[in-house]
Write a protein that binds this ligand. Structure first.
Ligand code: DOR
Length: 446
């Protein structure tokens, strides 16, 4: 049963982890009028009459996840996803704030198009959507957008994602102009002269499969260029979907020099290798491509030493027809919201990331990149909007794409068993997702 939210909701007796304030303890959390009104270790005994109660014993309670990089496809590609289905999938994955990339049709390159996303979200969205505006008009890489107009309309960053900012002069100007709004430039780092025709990581496996490769150097060349331009301009650079050991090294060195850069990595690049492509599963075709075990180790080390700031899904839903074709013709992208936590928990179960680090990379760290302008995000501090994710760290489940809320069933994880499942999500106090395994009891019962 979904609570009707007119009553206070007590999330009772769970394991609260809020890295924004160093909280890691058993306790309860109360939501009243859309806000976190109380959080504490002493149990409220018994939960008060009039409270709705979700008994969270054995479950983790943490700030709602924030995704700095996803594709909602509306306007223009509603057959792949809509703001309604995308936000429902996000809620199911524990995400309460999602930042959507502007590679829609029309692209989000002016105020009217940003306003459209905001107004559809207001009526159809179940979690908060923050739009990202284009760097260049029509994402053509030729002429800058009116970046001030996009910032005033509510864009939280600029990107031509799906395409790199291929022209170095334009990238320099974008970083320069971004100083006025203070918003980051998010670059999809790919030297397209090296990747043209490529469909997977370049290496022994691409050779064996007879598929054209995309070398690690294609990413690293643009990462190196962007870092040099960030140093030149003082602008804020954010590297999207980092995938290679070389990129991690470059970002680490840049941070040591004091260059203003942040970086993200996706769940799939942290957990899957290029070997997923053996068998020609087009659902494993993604850009940048799945890389090697060695790259994965470097990415995990980068997360642990804060070279890589955040985890972002790059949720990229596609239709069956987009993927049901020969490998070379298939669309790039993985539908990622609903498997993100389960995939990432494998790193915690293997001892490669602590639970607190994983949660930080999904909550307070992306909140820091977005900044405070859009409300207090990524924290369970009393008075903040009640964006809360509750998950079972140990529950095993089978990925069934038919049960996805997303229209995009395109995942190479279909049929896999993941350990770690989102149980409930509240967005500004509204229960926007609840797993069948828990009940919300009314009137103080628990
Ligand atoms: O695999 C990808 N899919 N990579 C991108 O950069 C774009 C995305 C999409 O829009 O489908």
């Amino acid at each position: 049963m979904m609570n009707n939210n007119s009553n206070p909701l007590l999330i009772y007796n769970g394991h609260i982890i809020d890295p924004s304030r160093g909280i890691d303890e058993i306790g309860s959390l109360l939501i009243t009028d859309g806000k976190i009104s109380w959080l504490g270790v002493e149990e409220i005994t018994p939960p008060q009459p009039g409270y709705d109660v979700l008994h969270a014993q054995g479950l983790i309670i943490c700030p709602g996840f924030i995704d700095l990089h996803c594709h909602l496809r509306q306007p223009g590609f509603e057959e792949k996803e809509t703001i309604a289905t995308g936000t429902q999938a996000a809620a199911k994955g524990g995400f309460t704030t999602i930042c959507c990339m502007p590679n829609t049709n029309p692209p989000l390159d002016n105020q009217v198009n940003i306003d459209y996303v905001k107004s559809v979200t207001a009526t159809e969205g179940v979690v908060c959507v923050l739009p990202i505006g284009c760097i260049s008009k029509s994402r053509q890489g030729k002429e800058l957008t009116d970046m001030g107009e996009l910032a005033s309309a509510g864009a939280i960053a600029y990107s031509d994602d799906g395409e790199p900012a291929a022209n170095s002069r334009l990238m320099r100007q974008a970083l320069d102009y971004s100083l006025a709004s203070g918003l980051p430039i998010i670059d999809h780092c790919e030297d397209v002269t090296l990747t043209e025709g490529g469909v997977m990581n370049e290496g022994l496996i691409s050779t064996k499969l007879g598929l054209q490769g995309m070398p690690a150097a294609a990413e690293e060349i643009i990462v190196a260029r962007d870092l040099a331009l960030a140093q030149l301009t003082g602008g804020r650079l954010h590297i999207a979907h980092t995938t290679t050991e070389g990129s991690v090294d470059l970002i680490r060195q840049a941070k040591e020099k004091g260059i203003q850069v942040s970086a993200e990595v996706t769940p799939h690049h942290l957990t899957l290798t290029e070997e997923k492509v053996v068998g020609y599963d087009t659902n494993a075709k993604v850009n940048p491509p799945l890389r090697t075990k060695r790259d994965i180790q470097a990415l995990i080390q980068g997360l642990n030493d804060n070279t890589i700031d955040i985890i972002a899904t790059d949720h990229a839903p596609h239709t069956e027809a987009d993927k049901l074709c020969e490998f070379a013709l298939a669309a790039f992208g993985i539908s990622g919201f609903e498997t993100a936590l389960g995939s990432l928990m494998s790193l915690v179960h293997d001892g490669q990331l602590t639970l607190a680090t994983l949660i930080a990379k999904l909550t307070c760290e992306p909140a820091r990149i977005i900044g405070n302008k859009y409300g207090r995000l990524g924290t369970l501090a009393v008075g903040s909007p009640a964006d809360v994710t509750i998950f079972d760290p140990d529950m095993a489940w089978v990925v069934d794409t038919k049960a996805f809320a997303s229209k995009g069933k395109n995942t190479p994880l279909a049929g896999s068993v993941l350990k770690g499942k989102v149980i409930a999500t509240t967005s500004q106090g509204r229960l926007v997702y609840k797993d069948d395994s828990v009940e919300v009891n009314t009137n103080g019962k628990y």
